[in-house]
Design a protein around this ligand. Structure first.
Ligand code: PXL
Length: 274
């Protein structure tokens, strides 16, 4: 039986990001996807036009019904939609303390559409971070979340090391800060744990603008954890997988590229044709 992974995320009809990206990634890595819809977006590869948040009773019901039926090996969280959703999800997580919880603390889409307001950020910090095994903010999210109660100049210029320390102090066991948004030559992702910096990973920066790279990375980590790999092994494998999906990304519309989570299936097809 494939390991099960449950995602709490918003629907993105383009399958670039959101719950569809998570499902594709879990399946590609050999897991069985379980999905709880927290919001429905209207969007294309150019941007988000509209969002309808799912009522928290419905979010709770979707999750609890599945959780009473089967065992879940890992939880993954993306866009959560509302403070009420965060509150019910946090209560559910408290009932499953032994299941690893991997959170992508999404504040906005890669194109700048806001997906979590101040109150939701506070709720994530207060209710979810203390239960998180790993959070995977990009560098902008890491600074904003770490210094959410501080708008001084120091906060704006804080180092990623200091931001990570603050996030760990909020109760997260591990923090992986992704470096796509930094102006460095290569993309540097950095993993922190209880004793501070664990490891930096350097990746060749690819030229495109991708929709859903963060969802892919976080889901891939959750899938590897569900397979029983350690946190460090999962993070290494998931980055390699994500980089391959970006290398094989395609542009089905007029906007961003979409990572190809099934690159390995198509590679084989091509080889057969030579
Ligand atoms: O990439 C973050 C993200 C997650 N989930 C949904 C989204 C986006 C970005 O647009 O729409 C539903």
């Amino acid at each position: 039986m494939p390991p099960t992974v449950m995602t709490f995320a918003g629907s993105d009809p383009s399958s670039g990001a959101g719950i569809q990206a998570d499902i594709l990634t879990f399946a590609s890595i050999g897991c069985h996807p379980l999905s709880v819809v927290t919001a429905v977006t209207v969007q294309d590869t150019l941007g988000v036009d509209n969002v309808m948040v799912i009522d928290s009773d419905w979010v709770e019901n979707q999750a609890r019904t599945i959780l009473e039926d089967m065992q879940v090996m890992a939880f993954k969280m993306g866009m959560l939609g509302s403070v009420e959703n965060i509150a019910v999800i946090a209560e559910i997580m408290a009932d499953y303390p032994d299941v690893p919880l991997i959170i992508d603390p999404i504040l906005s889409s890669g194109r700048g559409d806001e997906l979590a307001n101040e109150e939701m950020q506070e709720a994530m910090i207060d209710l979810l971070f203390p239960q998180a095994t790993l959070i995977t903010p990009n560098s902008l999210e890491a600074r904003r979340l770490a210094f959410h109660d501080d708008d001084s100049e120091h906060a704006e210029n804080a180092s990623l090391d200091e931001s990570a320390k603050r996030l760990l102090d909020m109760g997260c066991e591990y923090v992986l800060i992704t470096g796509t948004h930094e102006r460095s030559h290569d993309v540097v992702n950095t993993l922190y744990g209880a004793d501070g910096l664990i490891k930096s990973y350097k990746w060749e920066r690819l030229p495109g603008s991708y929709h859903g790279s963060g969802c892919t990375l976080t889901s891939a980590i959750a899938a590897c954890i569900a397979h029983g790999l350690s946190m460090e092994e999962s993070i290494a494998e998931a980055q390699e997988y994500t980089w391959q999906t970006l290398k094989s990304a395609f542009r089905p519309g007029m906007g961003q590229f979409i990572p190809d989570r099934m690159f390995w299936a198509r590679d084989e097809e091509d080889e057969g044709q030579i």
